[in-house]
Design a protein around this ligand. Sequence first.
Ligand code: SF4
Ligand code: SF4
Length: 446
Amino acid sequence: MMNIFLYLFSIIPFIFFFWFALLSIFEKEIQASIRSFALAIIVPVILQAFAYIDIPLVNYIMVCLIFLVILVLGLSFIPIQKHDRQTENSDFRIDERDTMFSRKEITQSPEKSATYYKANPHNLRLDKVWQQKPGLMNPASSMYHPLAFAAADASFFVIEELKQSVQPEPAKTQIQKSNQEFTSFIKTWSKKLGAVDVGICKLKPQHLYSYRGRGKVYGELVQNNHKYAIALTVEMDKDYLATGPSAPTLMESAQQYLNSGSIALQLTKFIANLGYNARAHIDGNYEVVCPLVARDAGLGEIGRMGLLMTPNLGPRVRIAVVTTDIPLLVDERSYDHSVHDFCQICKKCADVCPGKAIPFEPKKEIHGIKRWQINQERCFTYWCTSGTDCGRCMSVCPYSHPDNLLHNMVRWGIKHSWLFRYFALWMDDFFYGRKPKPKNQSPVNS
Ligand code: SF4
Ligand code: SF4
């Protein structure tokens, strides 16, 4: 009886770990595949060895241990929740002039620099640090790769061209359809164009920057009276991102800014063709703070690294937004507190961040909102050193694993069970490493 029990109990870990090992090979996760192959052999062998030991006390201890494992695993999957609730009621609007790209742009204008640093003297010392570094996409930067940098520059060049067309003139005649028909068409077509997810919310004042910080409109008050905001996400390639902070991550970043921007632009023109106002918010030409819009449109939550954490790809996405007055149906915000709870214990992004820009501490109240805030100056200083936009934090995040059955089962457990979050984190560290090294697996690195 005992032998049959042990035999059956050996099959389950063998199948699970063998499956995991094969999947890890496919995902190019060498450490995870070696460890899961080893477990696929070791666990059944140990269990079978006990079948040949005929000492009642040993058998008794073995049965107790097996039941303990089943009990812990079972408890992990029972939906026990523990929420770190947030305060999010704030009318605060971010001034785009305080963002790093704006502060980089004004280095070309002594007048703007003088005005900005007069109003923000505390940023002058901080900005002198990254201004000493080679800079983004600079040949003197530490991750310089002539082909990858040229490729990224080509993507940014096309984005630059697109920026001129973010707000097409609406047609004179309006097409009348129901909110349902417009919404359904926009969502279906966006996904056909390459978006992984699309959500809609009402545009709120706090989604908008207070003042523009880039280009010819620098210093202008942001005024956008559109009623709705459509947020869409596109996936960033895991292999390219895994090389971060090396050059392929910059290529992928630029490519997905372009892809998301191009979808947003097509949607904008489509809406204008129907006779309604619309504006695309794409890389370098935003009136809105994209992660805030995407969160309120039900696409995810904002985690420790300050990025949108989506349910199936984590932070491994780029976002674009379209604001419009075409009649639409809005989505419910998801309020997934499990993301905040998991970020509370995980801290993997903070551990690997080469710029030491991600906080280890609990959330703090900033402008009326309890949240984590990265140190943007430190992050940007690292970018100006490496020449790339790094992405190390995104790459190692346990939510960033591919969208497949195994990883979705883990995400399901994280979402539904407080206890499972600890188990999932332990597993992630064991199989992938607490501080995984950047990988060298994209075509441009080979
Ligand atoms: S790495 Fe961990 S702490 Fe950082 S965002 Fe991802 S889940 Fe949160
Ligand atoms: S992009 Fe790099 S430097 Fe910036 S926060 Fe993420 S890991 Fe740190």
